[in-house]
Design a protein around this ligand. Structure first.
Ligand code: ADP
Ligand code: MG
Length: 257
């Protein structure tokens, strides 16, 4: 059975897409079969996996509107080592179109059910909002991975996200749980980041992943080459941290109910 995770945080620019593609590449590297679902109309996870969003024949949009299956719409990202259900601007329209439809929040879940046997992990890159698209992601998933920067306001935003996840757990998806909080773009020289990191651990305990992703320019450069950092420069500190994180994820899944 595939384990399905949303990479979510309602803030933009916090490292969701970077986490999605690098965790996917790290999992692929250790032999896992991975599908990345790009639920953001910006299509950054698609491009960052080396798939041209302007040339997609079918995308997650067609899957949400039930005119294609995942098996039909997915593309193999050769260099990245995993499959991608891509997205582009067209997906922004789905937001409006879905409102009219029945089972509008459960469409992705139904499509993923049909692809369950093909993957060990499905990673869903969510847009920076709590939209119908994010709701489709959260209704499909077993868990949420929350990337966050250790900044002052990060903790405030987290409360909203935790409450949203609780509500969805209670009303729409009993499986949903927070798998963990991932500290990203971390710079240990900054005292505030250390302090926020300590607060996170005090508050969330073992929900905070042991792996920490450092701020590393190679991770930021990789998307312009259409590659996850883990593939672009495997020996960089950023890539190494994501490979460690992939291993931690596999271990954590082993202990999940
Ligand atoms: P989101 O998907 O949450 O909007 P992104 O993953 O696109 O965030 O990251 C925002 C920006 O920060 C991007 O330009 C990305 O390349 C850069 N970035 C993300 N993680 C790191 C990191 N660990 N070190 C350096 N730059 C990073
Ligand atoms: Mg993104």
């Amino acid at each position: 059975m595939a384990k399905i995770f949303c990479i979510a945080n309602q803030k933009g620019g916090v490292g969701k897409t970077t986490t999605t593609v690098n965790l996917a590449a790290g999992l692929a590297l250790i032999g896992q079969r991975v599908l990345v679902v790009d639920l953001d109309p910006q299509g950054n996870a698609t491009m960052g996996s080396g798939v041209d969003k302007r040339k997609l024949e079918l995308s997650v949009y067609d899957v949400l509107l039930e005119s294609a299956s995942i098996a039909e719409a997915k593309v193999h990202a050769e260099k990245a080592g995993y499959d991608v259900l891509g997205a582009n601007r067209e997906l922004a329209g789905a937001e409006v179109e879905l409102v009219e439809l029945e089972r509008r929040e459960a469409r992705l879940k139904a499509a993923l059910n049909a692809a369950d046997a093909d993957y060990d992990f499905v990673l869903i890159d969510c847009p920076p909002s709590l939209s119908m698209l994010t709701l489709n992601g959260l209704c499909s998933a077993h868990g949420v991975v929350v990337p966050m920067q250790c900044e002052y306001f990060a903790l405030e935003g987290l409360t909203d996200l935790v409450n949203t996840i609780k509500q969805i757990h209670a009303n729409l998806n009993n499986d949903l749980q927070i798998i963990g909080l991932l500290r990203v773009m971390f710079d240990p020289r900054i005292t505030l980041q250390q302090q926020v990191s300590e607060q996170l651990k005090a508050h969330f305990g073992d929900k905070v992943f042991n792996s920490v992703i450092p701020r590393n320019v190679r991770l930021a450069e990789a998307p312009s080459y259409g590659l996850p950092g883990v593939v672009f420069d495997p020996s960089s500190r950023g890539a190494q941290a994501f490979i460690e994180f992939a291993k931690e994820m596999v271990a954590r899944i082993g202990t999940m109910k």
